[in-house]
Write a protein that binds this ligand. Structure first.
Ligand SMILES: Cc1cc2nc3c(=O)[nH]c(=O)nc-3n(C[C@H](O)[C@H](O)[C@H](O)COP(=O)(O)O)c2cc1C
Length: 281
């Protein structure tokens, strides 16, 4: 059997879970285009400079984003589409000089947005005393994330590649000034969008085994052995196959949260949110 003969479902599972991929019965109806798109996801950081986005792309991505569920249908998110070369360069600088932000034809910045309801309350001269609470902010962030992920899936279904930019929170006040944000808004993450550069392709990155993330009926915490160590081996094989230096997931993940300095400015977010007019009671 050649690689080309492998059942596409099996291939998806092996790409996503490595050599320890589970044996699963096929989903009802077999592989469909939505599952195919979802299981093929990979972050794209290299974009084809010769291929601009087709007209209407932003609007279709936003239509997909607005099709996501929204808590109480409050739709507490907005998105800023950045295409200007100079603004992308300045944003790239603010997120640690990430080249993808400079090179992508489009950067969508997803905003947790309570300002719309605040303006509505002012207009109707009614209080909005439920706004300055942690749950309200969480609701806006969750809504923004669901919307963004719908846009990601839509983009990938159109043959585009995307890269989330959480580093947009590193220097949130400067990002807010760059984007002209108003009180009650917060740039949650960016999303680079463009045609993947075929000369610098990205691969599907394996995930933890399902046994590490899926509990049934009651939560089962994941012990480091055997799932995490097994995943470290899977990721080592992945990086080796990609010709990249091996960086064990355990090492990388523990370093990422080793101390406040590892948060690269985001450890000051509570204060920054206050400055953005967002309360967290
Ligand atoms: C909220 C969020 C923020 C992220 N921020 C960045 C970022 O600032 N820079 C970057 O290169 N990738 C970023 N990523 C991409 C992750 O590194 C990537 O999703 C992860 O390594 C898994 O790889 P995959 O998406 O190819 O499966 C972010 C992903 C998410 C979900």
């Amino acid at each position: 059997m050649t690689a080309r003969d492998i059942d596409p479902l099996r291939q998806h599972l092996e790409n996503r879970y490595g050599a320890q991929a589970p044996q699963l019965p096929p989903p009802d109806g077999g592989l469909n285009p939505v599952l195919d798109t979802l299981l093929s996801h990979r972050t794209v950081r290299a974009f084809d400079p010769a291929r601009p986005l087709a007209g209407g792309t932003i609007e279709w991505l936003v239509a997909a984003a607005q099709s996501a569920a929204s808590s109480s249908n409050l739709q507490t998110w907005s998105v800023v589409a950045v295409e200007d070369t100079d603004r992308k360069a300045r944003l790239s600088h603010l997120v640690g000089d990430q080249a993808a932000v400079r090179e992508a034809p489009l950067v969508l910045v997803w905003i947790a947005d309570l300002s719309r309801l605040q303006a509505l309350a002012t207009h109707h001269q009614v209080p909005l005393d439920g706004a300055p609470y942690l749950d309200t902010f969480l609701m806006a962030v969750v809504d923004a994330a669901l919307a963004a992920q719908n846009a990601v899936v839509a983009a990938e279904s159109l043959g585009l590649g995307t890269c989330y930019i959480g580093a947009i929170r590193n220097r949130s006040q400067e990002v807010a000034a760059e984007l002209g944000l108003v009180p009650g808004t917060f740039a949650t993450f960016g999303l680079c969008v463009g045609h993947p550069d075929a000369r610098r392709p990205a691969a599907v990155k394996p995930r933890l085994p399902q046994a590490a993330v899926l509990s049934r009926e009651q939560f089962v915490p994941t012990a480091p052995e055997p799932h995490v160590s097994g995943y470290d081996s899977t990721m080592a094989a992945f990086y080796t196959a990609q010709g990249l230096p091996v960086n064990a997931w355990s090492t990388h993940s523990l370093a990422r949260l080793h101390g406040p300095e590892a948060l690269k400015g985001r450890h000051l977010l509570t204060d920054a949110l206050g400055a953005h007019g967002i309360g967290l009671r």
